[in-house]
Design a protein around this ligand. Sequence first.
Ligand SMILES: *[C@@H]1O[C@H](CO)[C@@H](O)[C@H](O)[C@H]1NC(C)=O
Ligand SMILES: *[C@@H]1O[C@H](CO)[C@@H](O)[C@H](O)[C@H]1NC(C)=O
Ligand SMILES: *[C@@H]1O[C@H](CO)[C@@H](O)[C@H](O)[C@H]1NC(C)=O
Ligand SMILES: *[C@@H]1O[C@H](CO)[C@@H](O)[C@H](O)[C@H]1NC(C)=O
Length: 284
Amino acid sequence: MSDECHLCLLGLIVLSSLLTGTSGVDVTHVFISSGENVRLPCNNALHDCTSTVWFYNRFRDSAAVELIGLGIKKNDTESHERLSLGSDCSLNINNISKEDYGIYSCRQHVNGEQGPDARVFLHILHVSSSSSSSSQTEISAGRSVTLFCQLYSDPGVSCDYWISSEGIQLFWVNQAGVKLTRSDSRYQILSSSHHCIITLNTTLLNEDHNREWRCNVTQRDQVKTSATYTVTSSGAITVIQAKVTVAVSVEHVFFFFLVQTVSIVFAVCSIFRKISQTRSNLYC
Ligand SMILES: *[C@@H]1O[C@H](CO)[C@@H](O)[C@H](O)[C@H]1NC(C)=O
Ligand SMILES: *[C@@H]1O[C@H](CO)[C@@H](O)[C@H](O)[C@H]1NC(C)=O
Ligand SMILES: *[C@@H]1O[C@H](CO)[C@@H](O)[C@H](O)[C@H]1NC(C)=O
Ligand SMILES: *[C@@H]1O[C@H](CO)[C@@H](O)[C@H](O)[C@H]1NC(C)=O
């Protein structure tokens, strides 16, 4: 090997160690419907969780709240009764409420040194109706009802951002799984992409017995979670009831740093190649 090649290799080693030092942002997006239980992964998990710290930021610049400190649950947080630490250092949250959205970070220490943070963005789907705040509503046929479906995420980030950067979509489907559109005269559908909310307004008919309207959240066309309203009627009473159904909801998103490392290595290598070509016609 030529001197240039040694130099090139040395450069790569230095560069990749620098990059591994900063490549520690590991981001996962988790989608869940309110009322469900969720498990947030600590992707840098060690075998024991005695150094595990979980903290929570409701939005990017808000103060962090420590939920778990060195493997032990803090008992002074709002959500502590619903929290537990999994044997793989994941954070379990029961009976998710729409206020639980935000950024959860898991940090561990290896030989006294702080490891990279594993961050989880928790997005919560919540449905409600115009006639009642509870999940079950009684309305009679001939009356109109508005069903709201909202995705709660970091409020410092416009929903338009999630739509464009993460390919997230929110829409209503009928029981055949087909998207309801504005062109269907039975339904009035309004959406605010800024607030991640989509509403469905319709007049209930007697034939709606057993009908389902479902609000789906998809990420890059894969269903992440959904919530359903079902209509049941007995005689004059029509009950419209929210029921939550969950699809696989965890996805790893950013391999950004890995890709960046590889492309920088290529760039550096080709520069060294050029140098060695011009100087001695030797390749690295
Ligand atoms: C929280 O834990 C501490 C120490 O374990 C204990 O002294 C305190 O009473 C607990 N507080 C509540 C509200 O349970
Ligand atoms: C879940 O939380 C809601 C309030 O957010 C509460 O009304 C309900 O009783 C809780 N369910 C369970 C099973 O604890
Ligand atoms: C739903 O649409 C109907 C018909 O346009 C309207 O009369 C009603 O006020 C709307 N309901 C709600 C709750 O917005
Ligand atoms: C909506 O979600 C349900 C349940 O996961 C699925 O069966 C249906 O195909 C989805 N529809 C669309 C258009 O994504």
